[in-house]
Write a protein that binds this ligand. Structure first.
Ligand SMILES: *[C@@H]1O[C@H](CO)[C@@H](O)[C@H](O)[C@H]1NC(C)=O
Ligand SMILES: *[C@@H]1O[C@H](CO)[C@@H](O)[C@H](O)[C@H]1NC(C)=O
Length: 375
């Protein structure tokens, strides 16, 4: 074939593929829907013969169809416990064990035009519920899309050095065991960061300081709670949507700025924050007061959305929820504890005192959102 014919054949191929194969919704840079991604067709996968607390490598390589050139991926991922996620060997972000993987993270990644590798290093302290689930929405240079899901085509093996690299050869690795479909027990439904955010206490947990006496009668007094959220590499926090309630009363600060108070646990407050100056980290600080000896609890849910990024302007997001990633005081509350620079490394982790919406607190009303705060 003369050179020009080859060139023309190459240029025409994408058009031919587009018209014969459905690649999901057509989209363009200005109008592309930022929330079409779901986990409904994904499966919970893991390693056969997993040994508790060992590290499992999960890999999925993908080559686009002839004539298609990849530009970006939007990824929704979670696992039953701790995990780290890599694309082409680059660390993208990680997940902590928030209540059996019921809160996914959403990442935006630029891809190589042809072959790309998605890799996860995950572990679990128990065998029963150990599993990972993901959906990867791929966008091509012509702005058509394809979807990859976690399924039996992924390769899974005990992690070995460099397993997350593009060049790693996984052909001898066994394929994944499918442990269940999305929505199956014991994993339940999953909250996915969206734009606009949809914050809820569903699948959330009430916490208190680790000094909960047997019988659950917590002495009257105030306790300080802190949670530091650090955006994944390359992500810039744009906004946070927060709901919070305390039995009996609280004051909330975000990065040292007082946001609001509440004194009736039956009605949570809802706050929206826009970050005008991209914070390197976001420190949520709650002063929680138990007014009389008895039950005490703090429940908090925030969705943090990132500045649109990458070649398709996709919005990444994550959750910060009350769980063991919060730390709290037991005794004296030091001055300046609510400020972002305060060193809380000696504070013990908070403990769960009840799952939402179980008793004694039950379901609670979420108040109308307060006027958006810009900081
Ligand atoms: C983008 O999509 C919108 C709505 O579908 C359409 O009106 C517009 O012409 C498209 N723009 C481009 C550059 O394709
Ligand atoms: C997997 O993650 C664990 C915990 O972070 C780490 O110790 C281990 O080295 C990782 N494995 C590989 C091969 O990167």
């Amino acid at each position: 074939m003369p050179f020009l014919s080859i060139l023309f054949a190459f240029l025409l191929t994408p058009v031919a593929i587009c018209s014969t194969i459905s690649h999901g919704s057509e989209a363009n840079l200005t109008t592309r829907d930022t929330s079409p991604i779901s986990l409904s067709n994904s499966e919970w996968i893991w390693q056969t013969g997993f040994v508790a607390n060992s590290f499992v490598g999960l890999r999925k390589g993908f080559t686009p169809p002839l004539g298609k050139s990849l530009i970006a991926a939007e990824v929704v991922i979670t696992a039953s416990n701790r995990f780290s996620f890599y694309v082409n060997g680059d660390f993208i972000g990680n997940g902590t064990p928030v209540i059996r993987g019921r809160f996914a993270q959403r990442f935006c990644i630029d891809l190589l035009p042809s072959f790309n590798v998605f890799a996860v290093n995950a572990t679990d302290s128990t065998v029963d519920e150990a599993a990972m689930i993901a959906t990867i929405l791929l966008t091509y240079s012509d702005l058509t899309t394809d979807t990859l899901v976690s399924d039996a085509s992924w390769r899974v093996h005990k992690t070995v050095a460099g397993f997350e690299q593009l060049s790693f050869d996984d052909t001898t690795w066994p394929v994944a065991t499918v442990r269940g479909s999305f929505g199956d027990d014991p994993w339940d439904e999953i909250n996915i960061p969206a734009s606009p955010p949809v914050v809820s206490f569903d699948r959330g947990e009430w916490i208190w300081t680790d000094a909960v006496p047997a019988g659950g009668t917590i002495p009257a007094g105030s306790r300080a709670f802190r949670r530091t959220f650090t955006p994944a590499p390359g992500q810039v926090a744009a906004s946070a949507s927060i709901i919070v309630s305390v039995d009996n009363a609280y004051t909330l600060w975000v990065n040292g700025v007082k946001i609001g108070t509440g004194s009736n646990f039956n009605t949570a407050q809802h706050y929206n924050i826009n970050f005008a100056t991209a914070p390197e980290e976001i420190v949520f600080a709650v002063l929680a007061t138990n007014s009389a000896a008895g039950p005490a609890g703090l429940i908090f849910a925030a969705e943090i959305n990132m500045v649109p990024s990458g070649r398709v302007g996709c919005i990444a997001g994550a959750f910060a929820l009350t769980d063991a990633s919060w730390v709290s005081t037991k005794g004296m509350i030091p001055a300046g504890w609510e400020q972002p620079g305060f060193d809380d490394s000696s504070w013990p982790a908070a403990v769960g005192v009840g799952a939402f919406p179980n008793s004694p607190w039950g379901k609670i009303t979420i108040g109308a959102a307060a006027p958006t705060i810009t900081m």
